[in-house]
Design a protein around this ligand. Sequence first.
Ligand code: 8YV
Length: 325
Amino acid sequence: MPRPRLLITQRIFPDLVEQARRAVDVDYREEDGPMPTPDLLRRLAGCQGLVCASTDRIGPDVLSVPGLRVVSNIAVGYNNIDVAAATQRGIVVTNTPGVLDETTADLAFALILASARRIVESDRWLREGHWKSWTFFDWLGADVHGKTLGVVGFGRIGQAVARRGRGFGMTILYTQRHRADRAVEEALGARYVDKATLLAESDFVTLHCPLTPETTHWIDAGALARMKPTAFLINTSRGPVVDEKALVAALEAKRIAGAGLDVFEREPAVEPELVRMPNVVLTPHIGSASVDTRRKMASLALENCVAVLTGGRPPTPVNPEVLGR
Ligand code: 8YV
């Protein structure tokens, strides 16, 4: 029996690759960025496992490679993978939930603080040599402590952000399809509200839902119109949850106060108007980007992939029904 073989589409920690090589053969693309599909299709031939990132589009073409058994995403979100097509072909899909919650929540809170307290804008101004004297009215921003935090999507990451909000004495509102356990609500002092209430009452609206047809453009012109003119929108989930053109229009019309955005509709492209706006903080999809967390993500993704290829059970499958067969 030849050893199973997996393909890793981009550069990760080399010692983790070496570790995987003890169990399976590995084709490792030691380059950054998404793997061009023709290369992916060519190199995947003869592999049974694929370890990819959310920048790799895994559609029916990739899933039709003969012998492919598992697609392991180095991400918690898996909207880059056609899971229905994978399930239909009996291919296991796995993701990396749990290991990046706190790191992503840290970034969401950093964007809340940075946008409210104008940290990036004032840093830029200081570096440009504009600081001649302290003045009473310079750089007045908004308070974060004691304000109302509206969490959209109250899963692990949303709850981790709510916990941080509690530490800042904030009132916590949340919305999602189903109400959370009462014990969770109580522990976080969080109140379940509908979309309209959350938008109308929150000083910070922070997005933590997965990207699905239902959440695409969840924040549109109508939603932005319901927000307070003093409110900020924070997005560390997926870009298309926000209608970016509607957001630009709302910011230009001062219908909301500002935004902190880590994800964009057409990454790596960003609306040029957003780049020019001083009241918007922009980061390049770095929600999970700490050394420790990226190690945990890559490690879990490899563990998932190797488990399937060596007859074990992957710890975090997305379509466990395939394993039951
Ligand atoms: C990933 C993410 O780093 O986990 C996710 O869903 O968005 C990030 O943590 C990124 O998607 C690369 O795969």
